[in-house]
Design a protein around this ligand. Sequence first.
Ligand SMILES: Nc1ncnc2c1ncn2[C@@H]1O[C@H](COP(=O)(O)OP(=O)(O)OP(=O)(O)O)[C@@H](O)[C@H]1O
Length: 334
Amino acid sequence: MITVENVSKSFASADSRVVALRDVNLAVSAGSLFGIVGPARAGKTTLARCVALRERPDRGTVRYDGMDTGRLVGRKLWGAQRQVAVVDSGLRPERTVAGNIAAPLERMGVAPDRRRNRVGTLLDVIGLSRAGARLPSELTPGQQRRVAIARALATAPSVLLADDPTDGVAGEETAAVLSVLDRARAELGATVVVTSRDADIARRVCDEVALLDRGKVVESGALLSLVGKPGSPIAEALLPSVDTPRAHLSSYDRAVDVVLVGFAAVGALLPEAAARFEVDFTTIGGGLTRLGDTPVARFRLGVAGQRIDAALAWIAERGAYVSTPMYGLRDVAA
Ligand SMILES: Nc1ncnc2c1ncn2[C@@H]1O[C@H](COP(=O)(O)OP(=O)(O)OP(=O)(O)O)[C@@H](O)[C@H]1O
């Protein structure tokens, strides 16, 4: 577990100081794929570099499993930094794909047969098993980025930092890059920290996320729990919109917003509640998406029937998040 406690960081600029991080707190679970998202200059890179021990905070503490990394110096600091690999996109053009991935292992003096095995495993993880002998210039930008990630993973770091991993990668290639990060976490056991301006990256691969704005954490936590929080800016950005004109609500006894997480909930909960409590659910807005592999639905529903409260309590007991839209029927009637 990595914890960031009250971290602030500023930089000197031409005539003043730029505050990059203000009193940031967050927790990155071991083995998670953690997304730091937010607009330009929000402080994402600075925060990621503090987490990766590449930048020292002005104030506050970054802990690795409880250990205050700010107290580390010399060999101990270097040892901790070595546990964290930062993806560097610049490949050596004269070396083959396999040679690029093997370079950190060569520097560490790893024996040739062990090197070959490790490179073979990593080529498989990045889906380029047959490209080991090619030169970087023969690859697409997305493939090159996958090689850069493999090189960062070569020495089996416990934490991998990918700063804006899909920058410069064509849309159709982003899925393959993100899938490598996902495999680094799932198969190699690394804790992966990614930054991006594109919150959609969080929807596609992250388990945990922090939304930064102007150096502050707006919201952070496990994605699947944030999506059920009414008013969550992350849920707002990632779930299907439920915006509907007020007038659409007036023909129902009640309007509710419902978030359903997981195959069972998305597929069966509403029809079962409708049958059991003899209520009608009509979808007024929203839809279905996926968070990683998990289907998640957010619907604005018009509900009609005698036993609405019992039906809504029943689906809430089964894990659905039920909330009342900002405007309800009473507003419409008023
Ligand atoms: N080494 C530095 N020297 C001076 N200012 C810096 C430095 N690093 C970051 N900053 C400033 O700190 C603020 C936060 O920058 P940072 O790169 O962390 O944001 P970001 O969210 O990653 O932005 P982007 O999405 O544009 O890359 C910006 O105003 C930036 O100009």
